[in-house]
Design a protein around this ligand. Structure first.
Ligand code: PRP
Ligand code: MN
Ligand code: MG
Length: 174
């Protein structure tokens, strides 16, 4: 299955520990309220499933499909909305769930699009934050792991649609 050269970067145990911590932070901040998780497909599919199950606060889930990478290792900077939310978000607590923030283009496009629909609150949760690579001014409110530069796969993250199925996160060797 593995045909790229890669090294284990974050184990399933480490990921699980960070998700438990994130869930407690989110539970605390939304105590007594409902939250709508807006997961960005496809990369966040595994993360949102685990995060959802770790939350105690009442959480609903909906999906958007955005892509900027195509088959490249670099963001094209052009964010394509392939499909949108089916849930109205006006006056709701909305939490965007991403697997990784890199240049920030994907998140910025989504954040601005959701903001004009007047949610009650709009925050961002990302499993991985590659801050050194940021090209636009956007920060996540909940961060699983801050990482250095490098292309990662597994736990939902792909290279040319492969390796999403790996349970751990790997750093691809150049
Ligand atoms: C990846 C990743 C984030 C985005 C981050 O998605 O899942 O959504 O890129 O990059 P950025 O901060 O530079 O915009 P991708 O476009 O590869 O689509 P996918 O989730 O379907 O793999
Ligand atoms: Mn993505
Ligand atoms: Mg991708």
């Amino acid at each position: 299955m593995i045909d790229l050269k890669m090294d284990l970067l974050y184990s399933r145990e480490r990921i699980s520990t960070e998700i438990t911590r994130l869930a407690r932070e989110i539970d605390r901040d939304y105590q007594g309220q409902d939250v709508l998780l807006v997961a960005v497909l496809k990369g966040s599919l595994v993360f949102v499933a685990d995060l959802l199950r770790a939350l105690k606060v009442n959480a609903a889930v909906d999906f958007v499909r955005l892509a900027s990478y195509g088959s490249e290792m670099q963001s094209s900077g052009i964010v394509e909305f392939r499909y949108n939310l089916e849930t109205p978000i006006r006056d709701r607590n909305v939490l965007i769930v991403e697997d990784i923030v890199d240049s920030g283009y994907t998140l910025q496009a989504l954040y601005n699009k959701l903001l004009i629909q007047k949610p009650r609150t709009l925050r961002i949760c990302t499993l991985l934050d590659k801050r050194a690579r940021r090209e636009v001014d956007i920060e996540a409110d909940y961060i699983g792991i801050s990482m250095d530069d490098g292309f990662v796969v597994g736990y939902g993250l792909d290279y040319k649609e492969k390796y999403r199925q790996l349970a751990d996160i790997y750093l691809v060797k150049p």
